[in-house]
Design a protein around this ligand. Structure first.
Ligand code: HEM
Length: 212
């Protein structure tokens, strides 16, 4: 029963990561009349720096999300360390550029200062936890590495939770902008709380294994 339950969780985790990871491709299929591009003014849409940041953010963010979940599969990790390292480097590089671009687009996001602060802090959290994950892997402190990467992917997974909560919030609050202000925080703060709970569980398990 437990394995069936954890298999279902794994399936959903992988499914949402891949589907939302591929979602930015729709911006290339539908062009400029799609998603948030529909709501920004023409001055913003003709700004070269903003456009570069926006497309860098969504393409590399999608890549990080689509591949990141693989790294948490212990069997795969133990069987092929080299592949784990390669995917890890692609993930860290993608987060670095997508995260920096994400913080930049957060300044000009729809929803004003409340949404800007929410997304901005998310971007900083994503960058900081990922860089710590990379640094601890380099130092071969693999326990700390796994903990930091749990936090990093919890931040990355905000892209999934945002797209689940936003339509619900829009319905409850009766508009896109108020819902966007709330979701800029709600998409990631609970994810970090879940990550904290996972990290604590890992710590307790390790301690109980050490006891004679
Ligand atoms: C975790 C850190 C992230 C931050 C700080 C962040 C920040 C932002 C911000 C501020 C916007 C709004 C742009 C606007 O309103 O003008 C945005 C939009 C977007 N982001 Fe991210 N994002 C993050 C992660 C991701 C990831 C992992 C993906 C991968 C799918 C992603 C894909 C997108 C897409 C496709 C949009 C366009 C809006 C939409 O169509 O829903 N983001 N992001």
């Amino acid at each position: 029963m437990k394995t069936l339950y954890s298999k279902a969780i794994w399936f959903l985790f992988a499914f949402f990561s891949i589907v939302i990871g591929l979602y930015p491709l729709l911006y290339f299929v539908f062009g400029r009349q799609f998603g948030v591009l529909n709501s920004h003014d023409s001055e913003q849409l003709s700004n070269f720096i903003w456009n570069s940041a926006f497309y860098t953010h969504i393409v590399l963010g999608g890549l990080a999300l689509a591949i990141g979940w693989i790294q948490f599969n212990q069997k795969l990790r133990d069987r092929n360390r080299k592949l784990h390292k390669k995917i890890g480097m692609v993930y860290v590089t993608a987060v670095f550029f997508s995260g920096l671009a994400g913080v930049y687009v957060a300044i000009y996001t729809l929803g004003g200062i409340i949404a800007s602060l929410g997304f901005g802090l998310l971007g900083i959290t994503w960058l900081a936890t990922t860089m710590m994950g990379w640094k601890t892997a380099k130092a071969k402190d693999f326990d700390a590495h796994e903990n930091w990467m749990i936090y990093s992917y919890a931040a990355c997974f905000a892209a999934v939770t945002l797209r689940i909560y936003l339509p619900i919030l829009e319905n409850i609050m009766g508009g896109f902008i108020p819902a966007y202000r709330v979701v800029a925080w709600l998409c990631w703060v609970p994810n970090i709380a879940v990550a904290y709970w996972l990290v604590e569980n890992r710590r307790k398990k390790r301690l109980s294994l050490k006891k004679p």
